[in-house]
Design a protein around this ligand. Structure first.
Ligand code: C2E
Ligand code: MG
Ligand code: MG
Length: 618
C-alpha cells in the first residue's frame, strides 16, 4: 500500500521537476506541463468544521497556485460568477443537499457546464448512492475520505488534464468554425467577383461575354435581336491625373449608378475596362438601341460631380452594334465592333453615339493590312514584283519617247495586283522603302538597256524622303548603269503623307543635283499645291486625272486645266495630263497648251517595252 510519503511533493511553479514530468510525454502542443496544471484555478467548496480532512491545505501543499476556497453555496456562486475555474472540488461531507444544489446550478448554467466537478464524499456515505448521483450530474470524479495527498494529486492532475484537453478541443473547434466561416465568406466573395466588378458592383467582362453568347443564340434560333452599347468616358485619364485616382474611382462609381438607374433589370450592365462600360439589351431593335445609347450619353453629360469646390462634368463616347439573326462572330469580336464604333465617335469629336458600320471597320482594314503585309514580304523575297510601262506622248512636238513606270505585284497564282491594293499596307508595315528601292533600281537597269532617247517617270512614295539610304541607292545604280540621270523623272505626290517637308526638300534637291527631273503628281488634288510648287524645284506637273477624265463634257474642268497650265507656265514648268481616255480630250488638251498626255487614249500600261526583252530583269 502506498502512503502519502511514497509520492513526491508536486513541484511548484518554476521547479525543474515541473518540466521533467511534462517533458516525459510526447511533445505535442496540446499537452499541458505540470507547471501549467499547477497554475490552473481550482475552486474548493468545503466547511472548515466538517469531518474529514479539508482539501484546500492539501492542494496548497501539493503546489497548486490558484486555489479559491468557499464555505457556502452562495459564496461559491458569487465567486464563480466573477472568476474562471478549471476544477471544482466539492467537499461538503454530510451537507449533501448543498452539493446537489451546487451540481444543479453548475450543470444548468452554460458558463459553468464544462467545469469538471470532483466530489469528496464521506466514507460513511452510501458509496453506491453517491456514485449514482455523481454520474447523473456529470461529475468527473469521486474521492472518499480519508484523503491521501498522493491520490488527490494524481486525480486532480487527471481532471485538470482532461479539462485542458477539452478546452483545447473547444478552441480548435472554434478555430475550425471560424475558418469555415471565413472560407464560406471568401467563397461567396470569389463567387461574386467571378461575375462582378469590384469597384462598381456592376457585372464584369466575363458576364458580358456569357450574355452576348446568349444573345447570339437568341438571334440565331429565335430571330431576337439585341443591342450592345459600349461606353468610354472621354478623357478619363485627365481626371485621374488632375484629381487623383480616388476621384477617378468616385466618378466611375457615380456614373455606374447613373447608367444602372437608366437600365431595365433585364439589361446586362457591365464595367469592362478602366473607364469602359457596356450595356447589353436583349430583345431590342436598332431604334431602341440608339435611344438607350443616347439616354446614357445624356445622363453622363448631365451628371455633376464635385472634386473639392469644383463641380465637374464629363462626357462619354458610345458605340452601338446589333446582334441579329445570322450572327457569326464570337462575343469578343462583337464587343470589338461596339468598341470600334465608340472610337469612331471619339474621332468625330466625342460625346456622341456611333452605330457600327462594317464598311467603316477598323478591324477589317487591319486584317486586310496584315494579309497584304504577308504577301508583300513574300513577293519581295521571291522577286515577284513587276513593272508596267505606260507611254507619255508629247502634244507640242517635244522629241523623245517617255513612259511612266508603274509597279505591280504578281501573286502565287500569276495574277497581277495594282498598287491601290498593297501600297497602303506596305506603308503601314514599313515595307514601302523596299518597294521604292526595287522599283527605282529596276527602272534604272531597264533604262540602261534602252535607246538613249527613252525617258522614264518613276513614282516615289510619300515615305521615300524618310529613307536615308534611298538617295545613295539611286546614285549608286545610276553610276553603275552609266545612264544619263536626265532620262529619269521622279514623281512625288502632294497628297502622300510625307512626314517631314524638309526631308522632301532635301531629297528633291539632291536628286535634282544629280541631274534627274522631278514632277508633282496628281497636281490640283491636294491642299498645298502651290506651296509645294513654290518650295520645291519641280520640272513638271502632272495634272490630276480627275480634271481630265470628263474634260470634254465639263467646261469647269476646262477652265481649271487652263488655269493650271497658266500657273505652270508662269513657274516655267511643263504639264502632263494623266488619264486621257479619248481622242476629243487629247485634242482639247493640245489646244489648252498641255505639253504631254498619258492615258488609255494614248496607250495602256503594259508589261513589255518595244525593242527590249524584260524577262532577264526579274
Ligand atoms: P499615278 O502615278 O497617278 O498613276 C496613274 C494611274 O492611273 C495608274 O494606276 C495608271 O494605270 C492609271 N491610268 C493610266 N491611264 C489611265 C486612264 O486613261 N484611265 C484611268 N482610269 N486610269 C489610268 P496604277 O498603276 O494602278 O497606279 C496607281 C497609283 O499607284 C499611281 O498613281 C501611283 O501613285 C502609285 N504607284 C504606281 N506605281 C508605283 C510605284 O512604282 N511606286 C510607288 N511608290 N507608287 C506607285
Ligand atoms: Mg504617277
Ligand atoms: Mg497621278
Amino acid at each position: 500500500m502506498t502512503t502519502d510519503r511514497d509520492y513526491p511533493t508536486a513541484p511548484r511553479e518554476g521547479d525543474a521537476a515541473a518540466h521533467t514530468i511534462a517533458d516525459a510525454g510526447p511533445a505535442t502542443p496540446a499537452m499541458a506541463t505540470t507547471a501549467d496544471l499547477l497554475r490552473m484555478p481550482i475552486l474548493v467548496l468545503e466547511q472548515t468544521e466538517q469531518a474529514g480532512a479539508p482539501v484546500t491545505p492539501l492542494l496548497h501543499d501539493i503546489g497548486f497556485l490558484n486555489v479559491e476556497y468557499c464555505d457556502s453555496l452562495h459564496d461559491a456562486l458569487v465567486v464563480l460568477d466573477r472568476l474562471n475555474f478549471d476544477l471544482i472540488i466539492c467537499n461538503l461531507g454530510e451537507t449533501a443537499s448543498y452539493r446537489q444544489q451546487l451540481l444543479h446550478n453548475l450543470r444548468t448554467d452554460h458558463r459553468w457546464k464544462n467545469i469538471p466537478v470532483m466530489i469528496v464524499a464521506d466514507q460513511d456515505e452510501e458509496d453506491f448512492d453517491t456514485l449514482t448521483e455523481a454520474r447523473a450530474s456529470g461529475t468527473a470524479d469521486v474521492l472518499f475520505h480519508p484523503l491521501r495527498r498522493a491520490e488527490l494529486m494524481s486525480r486532480v492532475f487527471l481532471a485538470l488534464n482532461l479539462k485542458h484537453e477539452h478546452d483545447l478541443a473547444d478552441q480548435r473547434e472554434m478555430q475550425l468554425e471560424n475558418q469555415i466561416r471565413e472560407l464560406n465568406s471568401m467563397e461567396r466573395q470569389l463567387g461574386y467577383l467571378v461575375w462582378h466588378d469590384e469597384l462598381t458592383g456592376l457585372f464584369n467582362r466575363r458576364r458580358l461575354d456569357e450574355e452576348i453568347e446568349a444573345a447570339i443564340r437568341a438571334a440565331n434560333q429565335h430571330q431576337h435581336t439585341a443591342a450592345l452599347i459600349s461606353i468610354d468616358i472621354d478623357q478619363f485619364r485627365l481626371i485621374n491625373m488632375a484629381e487623383g485616382y480616388q476621384a477617378g474611382d468616385r466618378l466611375l462609381i457615380e456614373i455606374s449608378h447613373e447608367i444602372r438607374k437608366l437600365c431595365q433589370p433585364t439589361d446586362t450592365v457591365c464595367r469592362i475596362g478602366a473607364d469602359e462600360f457596356a450595356v447589353l439589351r436583349h430583345d431590342a431593335d436598332i431604334q431602341i438601341g440608339q435611344l438607350l445609347a443616347q439616354e446614357i450619353r445624356e445622363v453622363i453629360e448631365r451628371h455633376q460631380i464635385e472634386f473639392g469646390e469644383l463641380p465637374y462634368q464629363c462626357t462619354a463616347s458610345l458605340g452601338l452594334t446589333m446582334i441579329e439573326a445570322g450572327e457569326s462572330e464570337r462575343p469578343e469580336d462583337i464587343l470589338n465592333r461596339a468598341n470600334q464604333a465608340f472610337r469612331t465617335a471619339k474621332r468625330q469629336g466625342r460625346n456622341a453615339v456611333y452605330l457600327y458600320n462594317p464598311l467603316n471597320s477598323e478591324i477589317d482594314s487591319l486584317r486586310k493590312q496584315a494579309y497584304w503585309a504577308n504577301r508583300i514580304r513574300l513577293a519581295l523575297t521571291e522577286n515577284r514584283f513587276r513593272l508596267m510601262f505606260q507611254p507619255i506622248v508629247p502634244l507640242q512636238g517635244e522629241p523623245g519617247q517617255r513612259y511612266e513606270v508603274l509597279v505591280r505585284m504578281l501573286d502565287g497564282s500569276g495574277q497581277l495586283h495594282s498598287p491601290a491594293e498593297f501600297i497602303k499596307a506596305a506603308e503601314a508595315a514599313g515595307m514601302i522603302h523596299s518597294i521604292d528601292k526595287w522599283v527605282s533600281g529596276k527602272a534604272i537597269d531597264i533604262l540602261s538597256e534602252m535607246d538613249p532617247a527613252v525617258r522614264f517617270c518613276v513614282n516615289l512614295s510619300g515615305h521615300a524622303p524618310e529613307d536615308p539610304s534611298l538617295l545613295s541607292h539611286i546614285e549608286g545604280r545610276i553610276q553603275r548603269s552609266g545612264i544619263d540621270p536626265a532620262r529619269l523623272t521622279f514623281e512625288i505626290t502632294e497628297t502622300a503623307p510625307s512626314s517631314d517637308f524638309q526631308q522632301t526638300v532635301t531629297m528633291v534637291k539632291r536628286l535634282k543635283a544629280l541631274g534627274c527631273g522631278f514632277a508633282l503628281d496628281d497636281f490640283g488634288s491636294g491642299y498645298n499645291t502651290f506651296c509645294y510648287l513654290r518650295e520645291l524645284p519641280f520640272n513638271e506637273v502632272k495634272i490630276d486625272g480627275s480634271f481630265i477624265r470628263h474634260l470634254t463634257d465639263k467646261p469647269v474642268d476646262q477652265s481649271l486645266v487652263r488655269a493650271m497650265v497658266d500657273a505652270a507656265r508662269a513657274l516655267d514648268l511643263k504639264t502632263i495630263a494623266e488619264m486621257v481616255e479619248d481622242e476629243d480630250a487629247l485634242s482639247l488638251l493640245k489646244q489648252l497648251g498641255v505639253d504631254y498626255a498619258q492615258g488609255y487614249a494614248v496607250g495602256k500600261p503594259s508589261l513589255s517595252l518595244p525593242g527590249v526583252s524584260l524577262d532577264r530583269f526579274y
